[in-house]
Design a protein around this ligand. Structure first.
Ligand code: XUL
Ligand code: CO
Length: 438
């Protein structure tokens, strides 16, 4: 078997003082944290599209990296070379999962029947590879945003024929996800939104999207898919306004259309910040609604207003993320690096540096979040902050057993309001900093 990264060694944990650039400083797969191995806390996944397909093309220039893997792009030979390279890459890093869109794994043909035939062929090949390794599929999805037929949306299109193509792609992508044993199936609504209300019937479009999702659930369950469906919220880009704006909006949509039992959230850090939220806000909103499913682990740039999909290096953010994940009892999905190298980082070595950076960032975040939880200072502060609701009256308020009149009488009896306690934000922030930098 041809080796694509023969000069890169298998990446191992060597501890924080190692000088080896191809070693983990914090990610120690078998290390037990809060009763679970790091590898179980952190089911990392490789994103097929960024790692094996994207080669640096942007709006202003063409590829800077060579991702031909010794073949010609647009061929099945290239599709197979990507499988070989991808598996070699994951094995060298100890990554156990991958995520894919249908058209990441084969070149799309003009005729959907031919695309589907290619998909069957490549997934047979992927299955062969999977048999020889412990690598599995985290989630699959259909790309319903690149092909020009989706310029007016997929589930939200005005064309009934295009809607059928979306259905056909979802059906096939579900078949493939089941064939590859995927844990989840993602809907990211890249073109599900609008540019102007002058040509758009939002209610009509949202009902059609919900129907498509309902059909996907019915079909998925009928072929034995027992995993979670995910919505991946994002407020904008490529559309001016996307319907799955953020977790709260997506959860409301799922409840409105009776889809909430089958769906959870796939929260992407950079999408959270585009929506004007922190990453941990989106995770918390999902978790308190019982819908924290999976994570697209990346990072944006506060200087830029778009989805830069950078590899995560911000340990404060990863700590806050892991704090939410640990509190929620873990993910049913995993941590998919929906991230790409910067355009000038164009060598094979850079692909490895990027994943080592991302994995170590989350491993350190996990270690620090576990420390915060074990110290318990944040928890006890929050508990104390609400303790006035422990009173007899407070308990009745909590249990919905009071009236406005009764509470008003209580206030009127007091006359003037008692002193209220400090929120102590800066003190709490210093606890986090002490934990991070001790
Ligand atoms: C786009 C994005 C997608 C989804 C899958 O911003 O995040 O790659 O993760 O379609
Ligand atoms: Co994503």
């Amino acid at each position: 078997m041809k080796q694509f990264f023969s000069d890169i060694p298998t990446v191992k944990y060597e501890g924080k003082d190692t000088k080896n650039p191809f070693a983990f400083r914090y990610y120690d797969a078998d290390k037990v944290i809060l009763g679970k191995k790091m590898s179980e806390h952190l089911p990392f996944a490789m994103a097929w599209w960024h790692n094996l397909c994207a080669a640096g093309t942007d709006m202003f220039g063409r590829d800077t990296a060579d991702k031909r893997f010794g073949t010609e792009k647009g061929t099945m030979e290239h599709a197979k070379a990507k499988v070989d390279a991808g598996f070699e890459f994951m094995q060298k890093l100890g990554i156990k999962y991958f995520c894919f869109h249908d058209v990441d794994i084969v070149p799309e043909a003009d005729d959907i029947n031919e695309t589907n035939r290619r998909l069957d062929e490549i997934t047979d090949y992927m299955l062969e590879k999977m048999k020889d390794t412990d690598i599995k599929c985290l989630w699959g999805t259909a790309n319903m945003f690149s092909n020009p037929r989706y310029m007016n949306g997929a589930g939200s299109t005005n064309s009934v024929d295009v809607y059928c193509f979306a259905a056909a792609q979802i059906k096939k992508a579900l078949d493939l996800t089941v064939k590859l044993g995927g844990r989840g199936y993602v809907f990211w609504g890249g073109r599900e939104g609008y540019e102007t209300l002058l040509n758009t019937d939002i209610k009509f479009e949202q009902e059609n999207i919900a129907n498509l999702m309902r059909m996907a659930v019915e079909y998925g369950r009928s072929i034995g898919f027992t995993g979670d469906f995910y919505i991946e919220p994002k407020p904008k880009e490529p559309m001016k306004h996307q319907y799955d704006f953020d977790a709260a909006t997506a959860i409301g949509f799922l409840r409105q259309y009776g889809l909430d039992k089958d769906f959870k959230m796939n929260i992407e850090a950079n999408h959270a910040t585009l929506a004007g939220h922190t990453f941990n806000h989106e995770l918390r909103i999902s978790a308190i609604n019982g819908m924290l499913g999976s994570i697209d682990a990346n990072q944006g740039d506060c200087m830029l207003g778009w989805d830069t999909d950078e590899f995560p290096y911000d340990v404060y953010e990863s700590t806050m993320c892991m704090y939410e994940v640990l509190k929620a009892g873990g993910l049913t999905g995993g941590f998919n690096f929906d991230a790409k190298n910067r355009r000038p980082s164009n060598t094979y070595e850079d692909m490895f540096h990027a994943y080592i950076l991302g994995m170590d960032t989350f491993a350190l975040g996990l270690i620090k979040a576990a420390e915060l939880i074990e110290q318990g200072q944040l928890d006890s502060f929050i508990q104390k902050r609400y303790e006035s609701f422990g009173s007899e009256l407070g308990q009745r308020i909590r249990n919905g057993k009071t009236t406005l009149t009764e509470l008003a009488e209580h206030a009127e009896k007091m006359g003037s309001c008692p002193a209220v306690s400090s929120g102590r934000q800066e003190y709490l922030e210093s606890i986090v900093n002490r934990t991070l930098f001790n």
